[in-house]
Structures are given as C-alpha cells and as structure tokens.
Ligand binder design. Structure first.
Ligand SMILES: [Zn+2]
Length: 213
C-alpha cells in the first residue's frame, strides 16, 4: 500500500496532530492516512518522540500549578482518532471504521450522482465520506478554508494531479477544482474541511444549510 502513495500529509499537519492541536475532522484524515502510510507513520512517531522529550524537560522545571495541570491534563487526553489501534472494516481503515462505529453509512444525494455521508461535524469543521460515481465529476466548488481529501476506493484527478487509494489532496481556499473520478470503480473519499464548502454549480447556495455542507 505505502509504496503506491504519492501524495502525503504535509509535515506541519503531522506535527499539529502529534501535538493534539488539530480539529477532530482533520485528525480523522491524518489518523486514517497514517494507518495506510508507512512514511507518514514514521514521521508521526518522530514528532511524538520529540514532543515527549520536550514535555519531559518542561515537567522537570518549576511551573505554576495551573500550567503544570494544563500540560498534564493535555497528556492525559487521548487523541480523538488513533492511527492504528482499530480494525479496518471493508474499504474503511481503522480510524474511519471507529468513527462510524455506532452508525451505518447513510448516503445522502448531493447532485450529479455524488453522495455524501457526514461522519462528524462541529464548530471547527466537518468530516464526511464522498461517493463519486466512476467517471463522474464532483460539482465545482471552492473552500472557505483547507480541505483534506483522502482516497479510500478508486481514484480521482483534477488540475493538480491524480490521486489513488491512500493519497491525500490538500486544497486551500483559492482552489476552484473539479475532481473527476477515474473510470471503472466508483470513488469513495474521506474529506475534512474547517469551513463549509461552497458549491458554485449544482447546488444553489441557499440550499447549503439543508445539505449541511
Ligand atoms: Zn503518507
């Protein structure tokens, strides 16, 4: 699996994940990619080791009670989504299977044959599964913030390149793109945003609250 992956999680996001400072939605994408990718798993372990060393040296210094308590509370907080402690379920790697645990995948139509299943949504952002029929485009959209898209089945292409199973696309707010699924197999992706997607064609903006996108 790992040797086929050519689009990885940016180093800064791995560092933020290791520090426990990523939103739930982004954490799910990072944890899922790491569970599929030896390169990023090694990088995460290096960050966690380095972070642990820094915290250990901090813990030996005199600290105010509050600061020490905050640090130690943080250490006790489990990361929302662990990278490799859960069992995959079909095409869904462990972290996704774990996030879906209490729910079956309920697809909702988005238009153009594209369907989505929202896994998680809070004020910081949302994580969803996208199901794109083979050979079809996702409605043109841009982003208010960063969008991470991880391929779980099939593949897709857009102006920036081609993405296979395990690959992550990082799209910022300036990118208007039309990802198109490869022919042959329907494409299923895990996508996380920190702001609502803005669809410019298929879905009138006024309907966005209805679709929760
Ligand atoms: Zn990777």
């Amino acid at each position: 699996m790992s040797e086929q992956i050519s689009h990885h999680i940016p180093e800064a996001l791995i560092a933020a994940y290791a520090a426990g400072s990523l939103s739930k939605a982004y954490s799910l994408v990072v944890a899922t990619h790491v569970s599929m990718c030896d390169t990023c798993r090694a990088s995460l372990m290096a960050h966690e080791a380095a972070g642990g060393a820094v915290l250990e040296s901090v813990a030996e210094e005199p600290l105010s009670g509050d600061l020490r308590k905050n640090l130690m509370d943080r250490l006790d907080d489990p990361i929302e989504y662990e990278a490799d402690t859960n069992t995959p379920d079909g095409i869904y790697p462990g972290p996704v299977a774990s996030a879906l645990r209490s729910k079956s995948v309920k697809w909702k139509k988005l238009g153009g044959g594209v369907r989505q299943c929202i896994i998680d949504m809070d004020r910081e952002g949302s994580a969803r599964l996208l199901h794109i029929p083979a050979g079809k485009p996702v409605p043109e959209h841009s982003h208010g913030g960063l969008e991470l898209t991880l391929v779980l089945q099939g593949g897709f292409s857009d102006d920036t390149g081609h993405f296979d199973v395990g690959d992550v696309e990082v799209a910022d707010g300036d990118l208007e793109h039309v990802p198109t699924a490869d022919p042959g197999v329907d494409c299923i992706c895990l996508a996380a945003t920190d702001a609502p997607l803005r669809f410019s064609a298929f879905v009138p903006r006024i309907l966005q609250p209805f679709f929760a996108i």
